[in-house]
Ligand binder design. Structure first.
Ligand code: A2P
Length: 259
């Protein structure tokens, strides 16, 4: 078996006790579509320990970015949480996944609906100019338990606005909707699970849109198993049908991976 290639850690940022982001070098041969995931990990007890990680950087970026939870007893994330610039991580080539533009039919509005670290693939999709070639409007929703957990998404969107080239492409067509479920939301923020915000119509009111329709709306979902089950049901109730790489549709789903 060929050795798994390794990449160098360039930077890390710890957001909370449970969440951190890191960047690595990207080999010239490492190609992916924005929204895909790769197998990433470390050597542990002489063996490679790998998990699926969504690539959070867009496909044009020179570096790779990942956003991870830290599970104290998690075999991989407890070790990964300690990486520092200069360390090596294992990264398998040939990413794959369904949260890609190719798995969706053309539409007007793209909804990127995430909870927790499920925002990672959307940090990639929202920073890809091709997304804005295909959709007139992009709405990124991120729901977490606490405000501190929203910071990564806020930084990604601030980064888009601060980037001269990207902000010209994106203009005012990207809307970021952040909500929390276990804390006061604070001014201008929505409160509650995304499922409730959809069912109560608050999401559509806040974004000046209409409830999802098969003609206009395309949805990507990424979060916990329970969140996906409930939001998938709302997609189906709106008359959207699931797409895949082989057969593009009106919504696509991927589980937020845990280590
Ligand atoms: P809640 O605080 O009400 O459980 P987690 O960290 O457990 O993955 O949760 C991330 C976010 O997803 C939390 O805000 C959580 O809300 C929300 N969530 C959990 N389960 C569901 C679900 N079935 N549908 C929608 N949102 C959910």
């Amino acid at each position: 078996m060929a050795a798994i290639p390794s990449e160098t850690v360039l930077s890390t940022r710890h957001y909370t006790d449970d969440l951190f982001a890191f960047r690595t070098t990207r080999p010239a041969s490492f190609r992916f579509r924005s929204g895909e995931f790769a197998m990433l990990g470390l050597m542990a007890n002489g063996k490679p320990l790998l998990r699926a990680y969504s690539i959070a950087s867009p496909n044009w970026a020179e570096e790779l970015e990942f956003f991870s939870i830290k599970v104290p007893e998690g075999p991989l994330t407890s070790r990964l949480a300690k990486i520092a610039p200069g360390d090596q991580i294992l990264l398998k080539p040939r990413p794959t996944g369904t949260l890609v533009l190719d798995a969706l039919l053309p539409g007007r509005t793209l909804w990127l609906v995430s909870t927790g670290t499920g925002i990672a693939p959307f940090a990639s999709v929202a920073r890809d100019p091709e997304t804005y070639e295909r959709f007139a409007r992009v709405i990124l929703t991120h729901t977490c338990r606490t405000q501190a957990e929203l910071q990564y998404g806020i930084d990604v969107v601030d980064g888009i606005r601060a980037d001269a080239l990207l902000s010209e492409v994106v203009g005012d067509r990207l809307t970021h909707v952040a909500s929390v479920t276990r804390e006061d939301a604070g001014p201008g923020r929505l409160e509650g699970r995304i499922t409730r915000l959809i069912e109560a119509g608050e999401l559509f009111e806040a974004t000046g849109t209409r409830p999802w329709s098969p003609d206009e709306d395309r949805v990507m979902l990424c979060g916990s198993t329970a969140m996906l089950a409930d939001t998938r049901a709302l997609c189906e109730r709106a008359g959207l049908e699931e797409g895949s790489n082989a057969q593009p549709g009106r919504f696509v789903v991927e589980k937020a991976f845990v280590g």
